[in-house]
Ligand binder design. Sequence first.
Ligand SMILES: Cc1ncc(COP(=O)(O)O)c(C=O)c1O
Length: 367
Amino acid sequence: VRLGECGHFDLTTYYSAFCRPGMVDLSRSNGEPAPLAPSFERVPWSAVRPPGGAPRLRATVAAHCYKSLGPEDILLCSGASEALVAIALALAGDGRPIVALPGTYPSFTGTLRTLRARRCRSFAECSAPTCALATNPAVPSGHRLDTAEFISRSLAAGSIPIVDEVHRHIVLDRGSVPDAAADLDPAAVSIGDLSKPLGLSGLRVGWLATRNRPVRERIERALQLITGGPSVLADIAALAAFDEFDEHLHEQQARAQRNAPLVYEELRRAGWRFSRPQLGLTFAAIPPIPLQRGALGRARSAGFFLLPCSVLDVAGSGHALRISVLAEPAALHAALELLITDPAGAERVKPSSIGAKLSPIGRMRAI
Ligand SMILES: Cc1ncc(COP(=O)(O)O)c(C=O)c1O
């Protein structure tokens, strides 16, 4: 795949096509899994999922992740991916357009496409959207979203504000954890999961949170039609994870804050340009010279997976790659060397010549 020719890939299809077991994923957006030893002695095997999900887990999510929400405001689902699909299914059917800001996760945009709903990338592009979705932090920059401002723009446009906040708890800039959209406004919907704050992607536990009852009821109906939410096994494991939520989160954050400067240093030494992320686990970095055809394939052959930002639903991301603040520095170093080796393998681009060949940032910008 040539960079700039990724138009038919989105994030999930690119991972499926090119990330193989055993590869070092230098673009990973999930944390290290928290150690977990749940007891499965009393699994309610025959339990039918109650609407909204297991009551104890709903109460635990509300207590740990939100300031003004109760158990009834939480709907449990099978990862944040299912929350995004359910929201699209529930809200996209009335013929009105939907705003999904650039960088929206493909579970939402892909479902909109399947439903043939009209998707706009900004409020300016359409009038009276049903709902508007933003991601906090923004993708791919990792910069903080002004959630209050997004909510007020969305409400002014007559739409339901929705914020994908799966990385909200991982703070890299030493500021505070941003407020959840659902805490800031009773009409807003927040999306969260355990894949990012605790690295428990395999658990498939996510949720959406809102005090907006009519919207919640529509989404709950859609959830019942998809998987019906997490399994009873996942419910129990998630409760065990929440027992030590703060400790695990602290470790995750400390790991990210410790490793990030090492990652920045590797990139800087190799002449890459970037703006530091404020939240989450990933950011965008621009190579010193345009990457040549086959560069990412060469890195993959050596066992290093890297994601081009062009598959992240962001126009004008050029040759930028998504880099994880958890990337192992030695592996990143080796991958960066491979990326700027010329395809014949003859001549490495010398650091001294990099400055002269610096490509313009182009339209790559903080969103
Ligand atoms: C911004 C964002 N939203 C949603 C998801 C989906 O998360 P989950 O693993 O909980 O389905 C991801 C996964 O990487 C993500 O990065």
